[in-house]
Design a binder for this molecule. Structure first.
Ligand code: SF4
Length: 262
């Protein structure tokens, strides 16, 4: 990983910026809605894991981790404004483009270029990277070209402490080209709850938050990507996990959920 993660002189702050990119329409505009239909479950999961990493002080007790979440399907993402914010506040940073599906990959790389040009490290995760690694004999050209730009990739799921080394590597300015967890799908029981700040939830139609109680599927529908990415073994959160998710959301006034079931 070539770019440095130092954005300013403040060596006690680390910004983890999580962006769920949208995709381009036929004229090349990123598609956005005033209110999106459903919340991004990946963004909620990553944010929950990042909040947990912050609580556990994974970068040491002297580093303050600041979390920033953006869902481009219902909010404009302006890299120059994010870069200015990081420069203004100082410290180091990691830009995570999360839950990136194949039709969102070109938009994710275009966003990534702007952060890379500012010297900020970028990691892309989601179904495109995970699915290509799981299903194709070799990486497609779009991923190889993005790797050549210096973008790091995360394949698989980030539970079971798998976000921690990525944050530490970004903090130390040496992201790996690929974090590949496709062969080892994590258990979900007892993992941090998916949660989004209220400002995201109010941008969804019906003010819905997100719950995913299971991943993976035992069936074999020929057209399905989920079984290649999330495996054919169903993995579940526990009833206690569900209670914690509902309570954590209720504490910020969120009482309605979209349940992602796979
Ligand atoms: S997730 Fe749905 S589409 Fe995929 S294999 Fe299972 S039942 Fe079929």
């Amino acid at each position: 990983m070539t770019p440095t993660s130092t954005a300013g002189g403040n060596a006690t702050v680390f910004h983890f910026v999580m962006v769920k990119p949208s995709h381009y329409d036929d004229d090349g505009y990123p598609i956005q809605w005033v209110r999106s239909a459903i919340p991004s479950n990946t963004l909620a999961c990553l944010n929950g894991l990042a909040e947990d990493a912050r609580r556990r002080q994974v970068l040491g007790p002297d580093v303050e981790i600041r979390l920033h979440t953006y869902d481009e399907t219902n909010r404009r993402v302006r890299p120059e404004a994010i870069i200015s914010m990081i420069r203004r506040e100082g410290g180091r940073a990691l830009i995570g483009l999360v839950g990136v599906q194949s039709n969102q990959f070109p938009r994710a790389v275009d966003l990534a270029r702007q952060f890379l040009a500012a010297g900020l490290p970028v990691c892309i995760g989601g179904f495109h990277v995970s699915g290509c690694i799981a299903m194709l004999p070799e990486l497609p050209s779009d991923i190889r070209e993005a790797q050549a730009l210096g973008i790091s990739f995360f394949a698989g799921e980030a539970e079971n402490g798998r976000l921690d080394p990525v944050l530490r590597d970004a903090w130390n300015g040496r992201l790996a080209p690929l974090y590949n967890h496709m062969d080892d799908l994590p258990s979900l029981e007892g993992e941090p709850a998916a949660i989004l700040p209220w400002q995201h939830v109010r941008r969804t139609s019906g003010s819905l938050s997100s719950i995913d109680l299971g991943r993976g599927c035992p069936y074999q529908c020929s057209f399905c990507t989920i079984i290649n990415v999330q495996g054919r073994k169903s993995r579940f959160r526990s009833p206690d996990d569900l209670e914690q998710i509902v309570r954590a959301n209720y504490a910020q006034g969120i009482k309605r959920f979209f349940h992602h079931r796979r």
